[in-house]
Design a protein. Structure first.
Length: 660
């Protein structure tokens, strides 16, 4: 008889008994995309568990149960460590055998029993470890899980048992005290790997957070969210446990009935800002571009892209690709790289530089500078791709003039190049530029609803040449999401919105085709309004439009019906390759492109980053960031006319929770 109890009445045993309570996990809340498609679900399954009442059962009894279980279920042995094997071998030894490892005289000299055990473990021979059979290892794997449990808390021995295993177990549970078959579930990703790493993972409570969770009513053996959305919204997604009260004999043998069973409830559901159809399209676009790239990268082939609504901060799609060059790491989707990996972004940040110059007073709309090489002491020559001569702010953005940005930076630092360059305010200029950039979200926390993200890194050396590099995006590093927030702020007339992945929390309902009542609706959040005038912002918007109509991005975007605005970027990089004496620096670039569309009423903003590409003369493919953007925007606006819905995986990917 399967020990899943149903609350039947029964007579008390004549033997002395006590009440015990088991709390059974309920499924976590599910996640929907913005159009109601279930993207993270639960797949119901059966698990075999072991409950050790009051930790009263000794190791030998647990071992005997483990041996019986090994005959009934298949288990994997990959997670067994060498220390597990040594502990297991000691468990199998008689007292005399253990005295052969550590003599009585030796034990008298040791201070504690733990010292004795440590020495015993050390003296287990390699031959004994190698002599463990496959059957021994399977028994050990089961014993290992049984021993990890806590008093009166079901400890999973195996998740997802087969029908055959369930049948065999049900026929033998009468002789397996503490063993049960319980209803269980695990995360199922309906669309395969799409956005999977951002959804996050679940697993055992981390040791360093145990006190935190115990103080909030969790059991030690609970499965919790351990990263990203699963962790961020743990309190929301966590289910309400079923509670089973049973009568237990004084020896710890569970009876086959219960006093009461209180049904559990699935956790609350999340509605995401994510457009899964657009997400899949963006992933495919990046994958295709990476295939075309061939041997274009110095090391890893990688690319990152964020599409968001600048009016609300909704992250519509966020895709990343990483194919390690050394092949020792698996090639995989790296969507979370958009918030975790920071790069020098090059000229794509020049709109912020122009606005910083305007705000400081060293420049103004229409201000002209002479674009020619800048030569500073002890600094390599600083220049644009070519000498553009006298250019104003709009033309500087269109052709991506480096010198225009250099001139503003020098003036902010007290350098009137070339005749009166005193650098009287160098530190002040750094502070002023970084403060201006921070108003757009560059170099600071974006505020996205994830538990851990990168804010990039600020370069450390306060010297003149580095200030000029800072003005053209070649010094501090930023993430792709920071880049998207920056350009969204300009698109949104200076209002910086908090990026968000979750828009609503809803009650759970059994019908997956419907959504429950709204518990909480998250309104768009304005983080700040940049400290710059509307005139300045409009002026820079005009320059960004010029980039795609007659500037550096015009070849791909000038004829687009959705009328984008944007800014290209190419950051110079030097990447270390090789090992030991063969280690060397290889020059390349990081391609970036940011912008929004339509220009006159922005509804989508984008940031695309393709890092560490070889120079064109060395085989690097040019224009990849622009190509990804072009196809992504085409897809977005095509979907406004016709939507086919996202494509489900042939079979959902099931999460393998980390229980170590």
């Amino acid at each position: 008889m399967v020990q899943i109890v149903e609350g039947e009445d029964f007579s008390k045993e004549l033997d002395r008994t006590s009440n015990t309570t088991a709390r059974i996990d309920a499924p976590r809340g599910i996640m929907y995309d913005r159009f109601g498609n279930v993207v993270v679900d639960n797949e119901l399954e059966l698990s075999v568990t072991y409950t050790n009442p009051s930790r009263a059962t000794n190791s030998q009894t647990i071992l005997e149960i483990a041996r019986d279980l090994e005959e009934l279920i298949d288990v994997e042995t990959e997670r067994i460590t060498e220390r597990d094997k040594r502990d297991y071998l000691l468990l199998l030894m008689s007292e005399e055998e253990r005295y052969e490892l550590v003599s009585r005289d030796e034990r008298k000299k040791l201070e504690s029993s733990s010292d004795e055990y440590r020495l015993e473990v050390e003296r287990i021979s390699d031959e004994a470890i190698e002599g463990l059979s496959e059957k021994d290892l399977r028994v050990l794997a089961i014993y290992r899980e049984m021993s990890r449990g806590y008093a009166n808390a079901p400890q999973r021995i195996k998740r997802g048992i087969t029908e055959e295993e369930a049948h065999r177990l049900s026929e033998n549970l009468y002789r397996l005290p503490g063993v049960d078959i319980l209803r269980d579930s695990r995360r199922a990703y309906v669309y395969g790997d799409s956005f999977k790493d951002v959804f996050g993972s679940t697993g055992s409570i981390p040791r360093e957070k145990l006190d935190y969770y115990l103080s909030r009513g969790y059991d030690r053996s609970d499965i919790v969210g351990t990263s990203f959305l699963e962790l961020q919204y743990e309190d929301v997604l966590r289910g309400k446990k079923a509670v089973m009260e049973s009568i237990t004999t004084s020896t710890g043998n569970s009876l086959e009935s219960s006093v009461n069973e209180r049904q559990g409830q699935r956790g609350n559901d999340l509605v995401l800002s994510l457009d899964m159809e657009l997400q899949q399209e963006l992933e495919e676009i990046i994958d295709e571009e990476m295939r075309k790239a061939g041997n274009s990268f110095i090391l890893d082939r990688s690319a990152y892209a964020v599409l968001m609504d600048p009016r609300t901060g909704d992250v519509l799609a966020m895709a990343g690709f990483n194919d390690p060059a050394d092949r020792t790491r698996p090639s995989n989707a790296d969507h979370i790289g958009n918030v975790m990996k920071a790069y020098e972004m090059g000229s794509s940040i020049k709109a912020a530089s122009v606005l910083a110059g305007f705000q400081s007073g060293v420049a103004y709309p229409g201000k002209m500078f002479n674009d020619r090489p800048i030569r500073l002491p002890s600094t390599p020559e600083k220049k644009s791709v070519r000498n553009y001569g006298w250019v104003n702010d709009i033309r500087a953005l269109e052709v991506s003039s480096n010198v225009y940005m250099f001139e503003m930076g020098m003036l902010m630092a007290g350098c009137h190049y070339p005749t009166n360059c005193r650098w009287s305010n160098l530190q002040g200029a750094y502070d002023e530029v970084r403060y201006s950039f921070s108003q757009f979200g560059l170099g600071v926390d974006t505020g996205i609803d994830l538990p851990s993200t990168s804010s990039g890194l600020a370069g450390g050396s306060v010297i003149a040449g580095n200030l000029l590099d800072l003005m053209i995006g070649q010094y501090d590093t930023y993430t792709t999401l920071q880049l998207a927030q920056y350009i969204s702020t300009i698109a949104n007339d200076g209002y910086r919105m908090q990026p968000r992945l979750v828009t609503e929390i809803r009650e759970p309902v059994s019908n997956r085709e419907e959504q429950g009542a709204v518990i909480q609706k998250f309104e768009p959040t304005i983080l700040n309004r940049i400290d710059m005038s509307d005139e300045y912002i409009k002026r820079v918007q005009q320059g960004l439009r010029g980039v795609v109509t007659r500037g550096t991005a015009s070849s791909r975007f000038s004829n687009k019906s959705y009328q984008p605005a944007g800014k290209t970027g190419t950051a110079q990089v030097n990447v270390a390759v090789g090992e030991g004496d063969n280690r060397r620096l290889v020059s390349g670039n990081t391609q970036t492109f940011v912008g929004y569309a339509p220009f006159n009423n922005p509804e989508i903003a984008f940031a695309v980053v393709v890092p560490n590409v070889k120079l064109e003369r060395n085989g690097g493919r040019t224009g990849m960031a622009q190509e990804i953007t072009s196809k992504a925007l085409d897809a977005y606006f095509d979907m406004k006319e016709v939507r086919n819905g996202p494509t489900k995986a042939d079979r959902p990917i099931l999460e393998q929770p980390d229980t170590d």
